[in-house]
Write a protein that binds this ligand. Structure first.
Ligand SMILES: [Zn+2]
Length: 214
């Protein structure tokens, strides 16, 4: 599965899309059904976003064997966070109310993750990294929760969108110059739609994509 690389990963700006990458983890482009995110996938995400170092990522890989309850707990917490975030994002897209129960998993993590930002040299550049006060695992989700809180606080101005492929669940922030980005990925959903529209025009149409504009 290939996800769009996002430039803003690791930073904490209002347009940060780390939380949307996180919300998209259980889906590939065009997937309707949410699948469970595995422990290695979660650890891989944390390493990719530089929330943990490669070394710490290696330690975390072994956690389901050494501390299965802690690992499972974090997986459940991240599932709740992802669900709340997706519901809240879709409400922002529709312009409807964001319910308190969707926000709760975000606040839950923000509350338990006391700490501060500090600059850390990663061998090539100075990176902002969150340094937690407590040693629990919740802090691993702190940057995602922070990014989610910023997105929701920005409301409609966040530019959050859902892919125009009606089957596709992927969310993104539209920061294109024209604010008319429609697809999670032009190469995947965008192309599928074009191919379907072409087939329709030439007689062999698929009904499924009728709702889309070419
Ligand atoms: Zn898509």
């Amino acid at each position: 599965m290939k996800r769009d690389r996002l430039r803003s990963s690791g930073s904490r700006t209002a347009r940060n899309r780390m939380c949307l990458d996180f919300a998209n983890l259980p889906f590939a482009p065009g997937d309707t059904v949410r699948r469970a995110v595995s422990w290695p996938e979660l650890v891989n995400f944390l390493a990719e976003k530089r929330i943990v170092s490669a070394e710490r990522g290696g330690e975390l890989d072994r956690l389901p064997e050494t501390e299965p309850a802690a690992a499972n707990n974090l997986l459940l917490m991240s599932e709740r966070l992802g669900d709340g975030l997706r519901f809240a994002s879709r409400a922002l897209i529709r312009g409807s109310r964001v319910h308190r129960e969707w926000i709760e998993p975000i606040n839950e993590i923000l509350r338990v993750t006391e700490g501060h930002d500090e600059l850390e040299w990663d061998g090539g550049a100075w990176r902002m990294r969150f340094a937690a006060k407590l040693q629990g695992l919740e802090w691993l989700l702190a940057a995602v929760a922070r990014s989610a809180a910023e997105l929701i606080a920005a409301g409609a101005k966040s530019g959050v969108r859902q892919c125009a492929n009606p089957n596709c669940q992927l969310l993104f922030c539209d920061d294109s110059r024209t604010h008319r980005r429609r697809w999670c990925s032009m190469a995947l959903c965008g192309n599928r739609s074009k191919v379907a529209a072409f087939a329709r025009r030439h007689g062999g149409g698929s009904e499924r994509t009728k709702a889309q504009h070419a």
